[in-house]
Design a protein around this ligand. Structure first.
Ligand code: GLN
Length: 477
């Protein structure tokens, strides 16, 4: 068994044929992760006891002839903004260095109930703010494909562990592209489901109206399986959807012949030539499979970045107000008065990007500016969402690049926040509209850097998205 390349299907058949036990698998996976992690810094901590206990349960269930669950024995990594009971969850921030959550996120609860083995927690940008994983208080993550380059962000850790083979699948979060952009940079599959499809209970809030939990996998099926297990109504998150969860695996095998794909013209201007060529080659492949391709327009695309950085900073300034040194956070020793203590705690604890966003968000919400910025951004958000609904009246799905360029060098964009923000120009719109979208690897550049194509579908049309992704994957394998 090649631990770095295992798929969920191989684990299922291996356990069934008794080629290995879940415990043996967990032991090997942990050993491999421990040995390989120093290269990338993708895991912040492993949790061998938790993984071994879960593996024992899987082995016991199999021995008793009971169903062991859809993720039986599957090593999973979890982004550190997703809470794990009894296991430190820092969110990539110094402020939460010692925070031990008293409960599990619903997604974690469900994946463990399905037999998944949580191997550890992964690195990420502080409170999921960033596009390169360089905003982590625990050092950057290196891209396993090229260690001099970033893995993307903010879910750099979850993408890197799957690419590196130190986990089979992982859970990340996406507010403006944080699953799809790192998936494309690392050459793995990353899925941002419809808003409300996966409960946000236990996902530390960055921008609540935009936050999603979603899976990474080395192929479409593995990512879809992790979504299958984690999706569905949860009374602990009032925005979680009641819609029943389809059988994604069965859906994705349906033919794509006759499906109509739209290419939004606004998404193909100003991107690196090789990126554009690879995405267009993937579109040609889908044409060969019988899809019809038409050009469409999403006219409000130009406003997406401004709109996103007003809404997300406004919500972040409110969500991050709770880190005051009283309840969860590491408290600063400095300061005579309560206000001084707040100031010192937040001043020492937050990194530069969080501070920038708290200030920006506080400003756009302040009296006299609220209407001009926040309210206006909400209206623009509606126009962006309407562009998509109108497009989905004509086509089944949209295809675009994920990022205008492949993985960049560590440090390359740190000096210029605007330049960094631009890497999410094609992913932010999907979050603003709340529609499902994913990144599927579609080849590598001349220098071997992975490129992802983005597939977007209408609300709750994950089956349509997976069908196209799976058909493409099968055709190029
Ligand atoms: N890179 C974007 C940002 O910095 C998106 C982050 C995310 O999706 N969590 O806000």
């Amino acid at each position: 068994m090649d631990i770095a390349k295992l798929t969920i299907g191989e684990i299922r058949s291996g356990l069934k044929a008794k080629r290995f036990s879940a415990k043996e698998l967990a032991g090997q996976a942990l050993q491999f992760a421990e040995a390989e992690n120093p290269k990338t810094n993708a895991y912040l901590r492993l949790c061998p006891e938790r993984a071994m206990q879960a593996a024992e349960k899987v082995d016991a269930a199999i021995a008793e002839g009971k169903g062991a669950g859809l993720l039986a024995g599957v090593p999973v990594a979890v982004k550190d903004v997703i809470l794990t009971e009894g296991l430190v969850s820092t969110c990539g921030s110094k402020l939460l260095e010692r925070y031990v959550p008293p409960y599990n996120a619903t997604a974690v609860e469900r994946l463990e109930a399905a037999g998944g083995l949580v191997l550890g927690k992964t690195n990420c940008d502080e409170f999921a703010m960033g596009s390169s994983n360089e905003n982590s208080a625990y050092g950057p993550v290196r891209n396993p494909v090229d260690l001099e380059r970033v893995p993307g962000g903010s879910s750099g850790g979850p993408a890197a562990v799957v690419a590196q083979g130190t986990a089979v699948v992982s859970l990340g979060s996406d507010t403006g592209g944080s699953i799809r952009q790192p998936a494309s940079f690392c050459g793995v599959v990353g899925v941002t489901p419809t808003y409300g499809r996966v409960s946000r209970y236990g996902l530390v809030a960055f921008a609540s109206s935009l936050d999603h939990i979603g899976p990474f996998g080395r192929n479409v099926e593995d990512a879809a399986l992790l979504l299958q297990v984690t999706a569905g109504r949860d009374p602990m998150d009032s925005t979680s959807a009641f819609a029943p969860v389809p059988d994604y695996l069965a859906e994705m095998e349906k033919p794509v012949k006759g499906m109509k794909i739209g290419l939004p013209k606004e998404y193909f201007a100003g991107l690196a030539r090789e990126t554009g060529d690879l995405v267009m080659a993937a579109v040609d492949q889908l044409k060969k499979l019988g899809c019809e391709v038409v050009e469409v327009s999403l006219p409000h695309t130009d406003y997406a970045i401004s709109c996103y950085y007003i809404i997300c900073t406004a919500e972040a300034s409110s969500n991050l107000a709770r880190y005051d040194g009283v309840r969860y956070t590491t408290r600063s020793e400095k300061g005579e008065t309560l206000i001084d203590m707040y100031r010192a705690t937040r001043g020492e604890g937050f990194g530069a990007e969080c501070k920038r966003r708290i200030m920006l968000g506080t400003y756009v919400l302040s009296a006299g500016y609220y209407d001009a910025y926040y309210l206006k951004a909400q209206r623009v958000r509606n126009l962006i969402a309407r562009d998509f609904s109108q497009a989905f009246e004509k086509v089944d799905a949209l295809i675009t690049p994920v990022s205008p360029f492949p993985a960049f060098k560590l440090g390359e964009k740190m000096a210029d926040p605007m330049e960094m923000y631009l890497s999410d120009i094609y992913t932010i719109t999907g979050d603003l509209a709340g529609i499902p979208c994913m990144s599927v690897p579609c080849g590598v550049t001349g220098t071997g850097l992975p490129v992802g194509m983005q597939i977007l579908a209408n609300h709750f049309a994950e089956p349509t998205m997976f069908r196209l992704a799976r058909a493409y994957e099968r055709a190029v394998q």
